[in-house]
Design a protein around this ligand. Structure first.
Ligand code: COA
Length: 384
């Protein structure tokens, strides 16, 4: 029997392109004040967190809505360490991935496979979902580093118990522990990327979680959303742009040509910020520091030239992806891992939003403003 079809629903207002300005969730996790360039996580200013916090504490804050006491933070660090072992079957699967696979595709596929080996994956209670969130946060860095090792013909490096997630990731990636300063800079990068309100991948995660699908499915979908060049993929493209430009002297001419050809310049512009992205203030500092430390300041000089010209010509500010790539590049991280690294951090926000969605769920099912014809008569194939 057919459902009664509402043929002429009250016409919804025309959807704003890209849902700009639409409020689609109630959330206490993070907020972006685009006019004033302010980003907060659970009430705390991002500058305060970048200055004083660390990734593990920030994850706790996003999930629990408050900063942990010392014992709570220690217990959380232990839980992450106990949950960072990736099932051997998934490691074997990664060994069979094509070596030229996009690392974001490898990560998406591996995360999806993790669900096979978590018997509690379908437990969507707060406790069960927190367990899955802990596993995902602990294992994403292991997966990214493992794929990098394997595609270079090596073997994954085991995480060191007791080391922080940032330091461990760099160690697993390169096979040697990073300097303290490098680990710190990377840790702050993770803090800066951990959440950003209802960005495209977080919205994706909430839509999937809203169907009461499990956390692995929601995070897999979020990784797919993050992979696009208009979202997390921009950081890699900024570095590709710098490599193409080659030297600071060429920056202005290159940019003018690109703008004349109506190209979108990666790392500029934002749907919400109308002023400087507060995260880019920190990343700019790190890009400069890493350049000076490595005696390779040309990337930063190019970025600064491009920034000046872009502001003059288009009044656009750099976004979070603008400076991060150069800092990662100077840490010796391959370009195509920049977006997976974004995921290693953003999984904190995704899972925080999924927890929030489960706690007060209603299926997310908006309407489309139908613009096609109605009442057409079906024409049999032979008569068309
Ligand atoms: N380079 C050149 N022009 C840009 C631009 C960029 N990076 N970003 C925005 N603009 C221009 C657009 O061409 C448009 O101009 P117009 O009105 O003359 O057509 C105007 O600014 C508005 O841009 P629009 O693309 O409609 O904004 P949006 O809110 O839909 O998109 C982004 C936001 C982030 C997707 C967009 O700025 C972009 O593509 N940036 C580059 C990719 C990137 O860095 N993404 C990471 C985001 S954190």
């Amino acid at each position: 029997m057919m459902d009664k079809v509402e043929n002429k629903p009250a016409a919804p207002a025309k959807a704003p392109a890209g849902l700009e300005g639409v409020v689609a969730a109630e959330s206490s996790i993070g907020d972006v004040d685009g006019a004033n360039g302010v980003l907060i996580y659970q009430g705390y200013d991002i500058h305060d967190l970048a200055e004083h916090s660390n990734f593990e504490e920030t994850v706790y804050l996003l999930w629990h809505g408050r900063l942990p006491a010392r014992e709570e933070l220690e217990a959380f660090r232990r839980a992450l360490a106990e949950n960072q072992t990736v099932p051997e079957e998934v490691m074997d699967f990664i060994r069979r991935f094509p070596r030229d696979a996009e690392p974001m595709d490898a990560l998406r596929t591996a995360v999806s496979a993790l669900a096979f080996y978590d018997a509690g994956a379908r437990d969507l209670s707060r406790e069960g979902a927190l367990r899955a969130a802990t596993k995902l946060t602990a294992q994403l860095p292991v997966l990214v580093a493992a794929f990098e090792r394997v595609r270079k013909g090596g073997e994954p490096v085991a995480p060191r118990p007791g080391a922080g997630l940032a330091s461990n990731f760099l160690h697993m990636l390169k096979g040697e522990p990073p300097s303290e300063r490098e680990a710190h800079i990377f840790d702050v990068c993770l803090v800066l990327h951990a959440d950003h309100e209802l960005n495209a991948s977080t919205f994706t995660a909430r839509v999937v979680a809203g169907t009461l699908a499990d956390m692995y499915g929601a995070v897999t979908a979020a990784i797919a959303a993050l992979s696009g060049p208009l979202h997390g993929g921009a950081n890699t493209n900024v570095m590709k742009m710098l490599l193409e430009i080659g030297s600071p002297e060429r920056a202005e001419g290159w940019l003018r040509d690109a703008l004349a050809a109506k190209k979108k310049i990666m790392g500029f512009g934002h749907r919400v910020y109308r002023t400087e992205d507060p995260r880019s203030v920190w990343l700019r500092r790190f890009s400069r520091e890493m350049g000076e430390a490595r005696g390779e300041t040309k990337w930063f000089e190019m970025l600064e030239r491009l920034r000046e010209v872009m502001f003059r010509e288009k009044k656009l500010y750099p976004n979070v992806d603008y400076y991060s790539g150069s800092a990662y590049h100077l840490m010796g991280i391959p370009l195509d891992l920049f977006t997976p690294i974004f995921a290693v951090s953003r999984v904190a926000g995704w899972t925080g939003h999924i927890l929030e969605q489960y706690a007060n769920n209603r299926l997310i099912r908006p309407r489309a403003n139908y613009t096609g014809p109605r009442g057409l008569k079906y024409v049999p194939l032979d008569e068309r």
